[in-house]
Design a protein around this ligand. Structure first.
Ligand code: NAP
Length: 242
């Protein structure tokens, strides 16, 4: 196996890298947005490529044979850049996308941050677990109090948005205590899927309404749900081309 690029930024990207660590010329790419990313078992390059064109040039220059796009389910741009670059250069590409959380009774499904902000009733007390995304939409709702939980510092905020720096994983008991402490009436979450669903279970148990933002569109092409499936796709792809 040679010249595989993993577009990283998720736990699944790290899992693929771990599975491929002994397979030769495999590298990973990070956007460089996290201050102290955890160590990777394969070489890592950091920073944007300069759009689909820049990525395409990089892939050709490095003789890339396959791309595994393991960026976050809410990474809106990179999957499309990868689709365009790989299609033009005729390089096989896989989207690695963990399953969504299945909808629960009572969830309020919305398609965007703006829609999430618009469905909150006046006077709501909201736990926002959407990072810094969509902050403008929530900032405009001065009739609602927000607690914004994020891993990284989000900078200065308006008075009705209280920052809460915290790093997952979050346990059920902690989520229950947090929702009670802030008197939450609503939880706003993106449907990231994966292991971080304690907040959803705690909200359901506490009668807190869940506003769930759906994922952005996925580019056409093969999709794997986990690292093992991605490695199987890679093996099949490389076998077909050799
Ligand atoms: P995005 O909108 O898809 O990407 C924005 C730009 O960041 C891309 O156009 C690209 O710049 C650069 N980029 C993104 N992923 C990259 C990668 N793996 N390697 C090199 N450059 C990359 O993504 P985003 O929402 O800003 O997220 C940035 C990164 O953080 C992604 O890798 C994502 O997996 C990770 N992340 C995102 C979230 C989230 O909620 N969005 C959560 C956890 C982790 P160029 O056009 O210059 O190449």
């Amino acid at each position: 196996m040679s010249a595989v690029l993993i577009l990283a930024g998720t736990a699944e990207a790290r899992e693929v890298a771990t599975l491929l660590a002994d397979c030769g010329d495999v590298s990973a790419s990070l956007a460089g947005v996290t201050a102290r990313p955890a160590a990777f078992p394969v070489p890592v390059r950091t920073g944007g490529f300069g759009g689909a064109d820049g990525l395409g040039e990089w892939l050709v220059r490095h003789g890339t044979k396959a791309v595994i796009d393991a960026t976050h389910p809410f990474a809106a741009q990179m999957p499309w850049n990868a689709e365009i670059a790989c299609r033009r250069a005729n390089i096989p590409r896989l989207r690695l996308l963990r399953p969504e959380w299945p909808a629960q009774p009572g969830w309020i499904p919305v398609a965007s941050f703006a829609e999430a902000a618009s469905v909150l009733p006046a006077g709501a007390r909201v736990l926002l677990t959407t990072g810094h995304g969509g902050l403008d939409a929530f900032a405009a709702r001065r009739d609602v109090s927000f607690t914004l939980r994020s891993i990284e510092d989000v900078g200065p905020l308006l008075a009705h948005i209280t920052p809460l720096r915290a790093r997952p994983p979050f346990r059920d008991a902690d989520e229950t205590a947090l929702l009670a402490r802030i008197g939450a009436t609503h939880l706003v979450s993106r449907n990231a899927g994966g292991t971080g669903r304690a907040k959803l279970d705690s909200a359901a148990a506490a009668g807190v309404s869940v506003v769930m933002i759906s994922r952005p569109a996925v580019p056409p092409g093969p999709v794997a749900e986990n690292a093992v499936e991605a490695v199987a796709w890679l093996a099949g792809t490389v076998a077909k081309r050799s």
